[in-house]
Ligand binder design. Structure first.
Ligand code: OSB
Ligand code: MG
Length: 366
């Protein structure tokens, strides 16, 4: 894959509404768009999903910039790659920093697919032409607002609703929700807000017929989740805890979860995401595609990944209009009856209309 130039654009976009989780509220998103040019007119695009502050994982917008500029691009300059899978191997000598790696690797996957004139989803081995999607709803100040937001989401056709929970906004809140929506597929995401000391409290989740409970315990835990899963009928879904195929194997061995939410950024790229998908498929763990409040480029990558066969639950891959007044891709992603049509154009399949300033550019010597 010839690489002639790499550009980093620094984007700042305001979410339509603030998004609140157990660790705080976010409204302004800063992120990078990475462009990889082959010098023959093709551009591959990647989106770095790290947030401004390290509350989800330790990475931030600044650390990803540092990693990409000072380590990842210099490694790419050392030797050419034939296939995007090699990028993950080359980056192995840099520990962690998965979101930085995924942003660069994602752009190379897009470029690779465009050079082959194939849609990215086909190159990844996906078969579906449509994907089912759900919606993640942040913590709301009142139950009234929460019910209102759920109503709107169901009217738009989203196939399952994920609700953020935290101590003080959990069992009671979910009971009230269940009374109004007795049959809606609902799940809850705690973003690590509990510990094993809360086990009796968490057992009450079993009365609420939730699809699953996402990441109840520590962000880096696999052992305690196994203890909790043994006491809980509700399936546990791991998010933060699964950063690699090795983590997925440990979780499977210990019985820490029945479901894994795959986020490309959290696991270091599409190659590792696909390996985790394949492993889970062989080992009876269901997967679905998580979200990071992405703009269009990240959303397009999520759509492509979600076409793989073991993505059996609707993902947090919403419409462009869910978070943004105007997305950076054309056409915008539309959700109809909870379904997104997978585009058939080469690469990520959307035109990128991103005019944010290039804050770093480097050329590759031939
Ligand atoms: O835990 O899945 C999460 C958003 C930011 C950080 C972490 C999470 C989330 C979401 C929303 O739940 C996902 C989305 O709609 O993009
Ligand atoms: Mg989560």
């Amino acid at each position: 894959i010839p690489i002639k130039q790499v550009n980093l654009r620094k984007a700042e976009m305001r979410l339509k509404e603030p998004f609140s989780t157990s660790f705080g509220t976010l409204q302004d998103k800063e992120f990078f768009i990475i462009e990889v040019l082959d010098g023959e007119g093709n551009i591959g695009y990647g989106e770095s999903v790290a947030f401004s502050a390290p509350w989800y994982t330790e990475e931030t917008v600044k650390t990803t910039f540092h990693m990409i500029e000072d380590f990842l691009l210099p490694i790419l300059k050392e030797q050419p790659v034939e296939h995007p899978d090699e990028v993950f191997e080359l980056f192995r000598r840099i520990k962690g920093n998965n979101m930085a790696k995924a942003a660069v690797e994602g752009a190379i996957w897009d470029l690779y697919a465009k050079r082959k004139k194939l849609p990215l989803f086909r190159v990844l081995g996906g078969e579906r032409k449509t994907i089912d999607v759900g919606i993640s709803i942040g913590l709301k100040p009142t139950i009234k607002e929460l019910l209102q937001t759920m109503e709107e989401a169901l009217e738009k056709g989203y196939k399952r609703i994920k609700l953020k929970i935290k101590p003080g906004a959990d069992i009671e809140m979910l009971r009230e929700v269940r009374e109004v929506f007795p049959d809606t597929p609902i799940m809850a995401d705690a973003n690590s807000a509990y510990t094993l000391a809360d086990i009796n409290h968490l057992k009450q989740l079993d009365e609420l017929s939730l699809l699953m409970i996402e990441q109840p315990l520590a962000h880096d835990d696999i052992v305690d989740h196994a203890k909790l899963q043994k006491e809980l009928h509700t399936p546990i879904c791991l998010d933060e805890s699964i950063r690699s195929l090795a983590d997925a194997k440990k979780a499977a061995e210990l019985g820490s979860c029945k479901v894994i939410n795959i986020k490309i950024g959290r696991v270091g790229g599409l190659s590792e995401a696909k390996r985790i998908h394949d492993f889970c498929k062989e080992n009876g763990i269901a997967v679905w595609c998580g979200g990071m409040l992405e703009a269009g480029v990240g959303r397009a990558h999520n759509i492509a990944l979600s076409t793989l066969s073991n993505f059996v639950f609707p993902g947090d891959v919403s419409a462009s209009s869910r978070y943004w007044e105007k997305d950076i891709i054309e056409p915008e992603v539309i959700v109809n009856d909870g379904v997104i049509q997978v585009p058939d154009n080469p690469g990520i399949g959307y035109e990128v209309k991103c005019h944010f300033p290039v804050i770093y550019s480097t050329t590759f010597g031939g």
